[in-house]
Structures are given as C-alpha cells and as structure tokens.
Design a protein around this ligand. Structure first.
Ligand code: PLZ
Length: 445
C-alpha cells in the first residue's frame, strides 16, 4: 500500500492541462455554491495526492510545492513513517479525549517537546488543535501564573484568527476588518525590521522596551509574545541581539517570554526552533504546523512552574492531542531526527539565498532577501525605493502557479514572496523551482 503510493507519483513537475484544469474548475464551481466566500484560494487546483515535494491535482498535473501548506508538511507529503503510524493508530482507536481516558502517545509528544525546546529546566506541555488555540492558552497561563493582564505583541505580528489571537495579530485586512470588538489588554510595540528601520538589535530592543515601560508599565505585563522570525508579517528576521535583549528584560521584570514558533519551529530554519540561532531560552513556546506532518496538532510548552500553576481542569478541550495527531507527531519528529532535516534545511537555505541574492544584482524590484534555513523570502519594492511592490508579488506568484509551482506571498504590505519548501525536496526539484521563480521575477521586473 505504502509502496504503491510511493511509486505512483512522479518526482518531476509536469503540467498537462491549462491551470487550473477542467476538473479543478468544475470543483471550484461546486465549491462556490456551498463554501463561504470568506475563504479564498489563490490558486484553485484541487489536490488528489502528494509525495515528497510534489502534489498531484485532479487533472493529473504534478505541481512542485514550495509552501508546504504554510510550513506544515515540512517532512514532505505521504511520508511512509507517518502513513504507517497514522494508519496503525486509526485502526487501533481514534479518540477517547485525553481528559477522559489517556494514552501513551500524548505523553511521548510532551516528552519530545520537553527535550527539544530550548533550556534544560523542567517543562510541561498541553496539546491543542490549532496554532491559535496554543497561543490563546499561552496567554491564559501567563496571566494566571503572573497575576498580571497586559500582553505585549509587535508590529507585523501574526498569531491567529480567533477573537483573542485576532487582537494579537497586527494586520487589519483581511484578518480583523469589522470582526471586532477585540480582546482588551493587548499592547503593540515596534518590531526590529532591519530592512525598514535600519536599527541595530540593541537599539530596536531599547525602543520596544521604552514603549512598554512608558505605555504599559513593566509590572503590569504578563507576557511578551513574539515570533522569532515573523511569518505572515513578511519573514522578518529581527536584527541580531533584539531577541536576547527582550528576553533579558522579561527575566528581570518577572514577565513571561513566549516564543511563537508555530511557523518557524521544527527544523524549518535549520534548528529545532528559530530562537536557537540566538541562544534565547523562552519561558513558553507555542508550536503547531510542522510538528505533526500535516495532522492538526498544536502545543504549548513552558516552564513547569508556570504550566503547573494552573488549577486542576483549567486546561483542555475535546480533541486536543488527538491520538492520530499524536501518532503523526511522534513519527514526524523521529523522521526529522533520522533524516537530519535541520542540516538539510540549512543546505536548502544556502541554495535559495545564493540564487536570490545573485538575481537581486540584476533585478531592481528585489529590495531584500532574508531568512534562515528553509524559511527564506524576498521583499519586492518599486525600483530605486523601498516602497512596497505588491503588484510584483502577485504577478510572480501567478507566474509560478501557471508553471505548476506553488509559491506563497505574505507581508504586511503583501509584497513578500516566501519559500517554505518541504525539507525532503531534492536538489533537482529545488533548482527547477528556483529557475521558475527567477524567471517570474525577471518577467515582473
Ligand atoms: N502563529 C506564527 O504562523 C498560522 C495562517 C494562515 P492556526 N499561520 C498561517 C491563515 O491565513 O489563516 C500561525 C502562525 C503563527 C499562529 C498561527 C495560527 O495557527 O493553526 O492557523 O490557528
């Protein structure tokens, strides 16, 4: 069964119909009648199967996936280890609710999280269904453990779409517009954005800290919540020293430092977590996405004294840490370790960076190329300025799509193209994807 799936999907990108093809277009018509218009799909090809870095649509087109379903299928599609673990778990049992009748895989996932997240201190975790839910719970625990209410977040931040996490997310359109009122006691301060603010990490941290101290008061702050590399906001890598300075300030002031590693975690940046690049040890870490290789699972991991400050029954949910998702996570983490995917992420990063940096020499619309490991982006500008060029981003994404390559845009200004390939992408597939992308950039520039 596993081998027939493996052998049935080719490894090369191959477009056999116009895109989207006739079957995808027909499905899209059906969808319009019944799926909320609030959900949009940039490139509505309907997927039938996948393997590694290739997804196959209902018209038989083989599409190269450079987005991993937004950093989720980090170990690739249809990974044999995950197929086996999930299939066995589905056959054994699919649900009991961990609060009703527990099972081993939940505990194993929490053991892995304790071992892999930064720091050797005692840790405890709780498992949830989505990234937003993990972030919501981080806020709950930080408030309870500190007895304080204020939560500090940053410009360009993305933390989710639920009511509380919408308030934590910076960008209005499309995430927040007319969906309020929003949760109170959320304060936004300046992010370090080297391409746009030109500040050193120390200066950017001093600015953020002074905003917190003058506008909120350190003693009111329960937590500082930050993506160590911002995802939806534009793959913004803060200047060196920014995260360590913030982390030091939180420690001095009894504030919980929460790293939202939902997009940047689990080998994406060439480390288990993006904070590892700067030796920062967060008090709490939220994870999801890459953690379970495509099954919905999220986690909140934190210092045991914070996580265990919660009263009995204070955390939970029907599906959180579902056994099938936990089985997938155990297999996913093992696969990451066995295949040394952190090293592979770094190799992929070097290849992408060198290709995009050399392109930047002759194309005036690339303002910045940045990122770590296999989390790399280019920020597009109007030639000769730093003014955002969202039109170019749109046309490059659609060029890639027409060639059978899935690429994603992001950014507060919609002008960033981000690459999040599955880490099992082959050198040939990566070279192919980059040549399509570079042609798209040249055409737009
Ligand atoms: N924190 C850092 O990246 C999810 C959002 C896609 P959920 N990012 C993709 C979209 O448009 O909804 C994300 C993230 C960071 C939290 C989240 C939220 O995770 O699993 O989507 O709830």
């Amino acid at each position: 069964m596993v081998s027939s799936i493996e052998s049935s999907v080719g490894t090369e990108r191959k477009v056999v119909t116009e895109l989207p093809g006739p079957k995808s277009r027909a499905l899209h018509e059906r969808r319009k009648a019944v799926v909320s218009a609030g959900l949009t799909t940039g490139f509505p090809i309907y997927i039938e199967r996948g393997e590694g870095a290739i997804v196959v649509d209902v018209d038989g087109n083989r599409i190269l996936d450079l987005g991993s379903g937004i950093a989720v299928t980090t170990i690739g599609h249809a990974v044999p280890e995950v197929i086996e673990a999930v299939s066995a778990q589905v056959a054994a049992f699919t649900h009991t609710c961990f609060m009703v009748a527990p099972y081993e895989s939940y505990v194993t996932v929490c053991e892995e999280l304790a071992a892999l997240t930064p720091g050797t201190h005692a840790k405890a975790s709780a498992l949830f269904n989505s990234g937003s839910e993990a972030v919501e719970n981080a806020v709950k625990v930080a408030r309870l453990a500190t007895g304080r209410e204020a939560i500090v977040v940053f410009d360009h931040a993305y933390h989710g779409r639920t009511n509380l996490t919408m308030a934590l997310t910076a960008k209005n359109m499309p995430y927040k517009d007319r969906f309020g009122p929003f949760a109170p006691e959320i304060y936004r301060v300046a992010m370090s954005y080297p391409f746009r603010d030109g500040r050193s990490g120390a200066d950017a941290a001093a600015l953020a800290i002074s905003e917190i101290e003058t506008q909120v008061g350190a003693h009111n702050v329960a937590a500082v919540l930050i993506e160590p590399i911002q995802g939806e906001g534009g793959f913004i890598v803060p200047a060196d020293g920014f995260l360590p300075a913030l982390s030091e300030w939180t420690t001095k002031n009894g504030v919980v430092f929460i790293a939202d590693e939902i997009q940047s975690g689990f080998c994406r940046t060439g480390e288990w977590f993006a904070v590892n690049h700067e030796g920062v040890i967060p008090d709490m870490v939220t994870t999801a996405k890459g953690l379970a290789g495509g099954m919905p699972l999220a986690a909140l991991t934190g210092r045991a004294e914070l996580m265990n400050a919660v009263h009995e029954g204070g955390l939970g949910g029907t599906y959180g840490g579902n056994p099938v998702a936990c089985a997938a996570a155990v297999a996913t983490i093992r696969t990451m370790r066995d295949r040394n995917l952190n090293a592979r992420a770094r190799e992929i990063g070097e290849t992408i960076l060198s290709s995009l940096r050399s392109l930047q020499q002759d194309v005036a619309i690339i303002g910045d190329v940045r990122g770590r490991g296999a989390m790399i982006a280019m920020e597009l500008v109007q030639p000769g300025t730093k003014n955002p060029n969202a039109t170019a981003a749109k046309s490059i994404v659609s060029y890639c799509n027409q060639q059978g390559v899935l690429a994603l845009a992001c950014g507060t200004y919609g002008n960033v193209i981000r690459l999040l390939p599955p880490l099992v992408i082959t050198d040939e597939q990566l070279a192919d994807g980059l040549s399509v992308l570079c042609a798209g950039v040249r055409a737009a520039g």
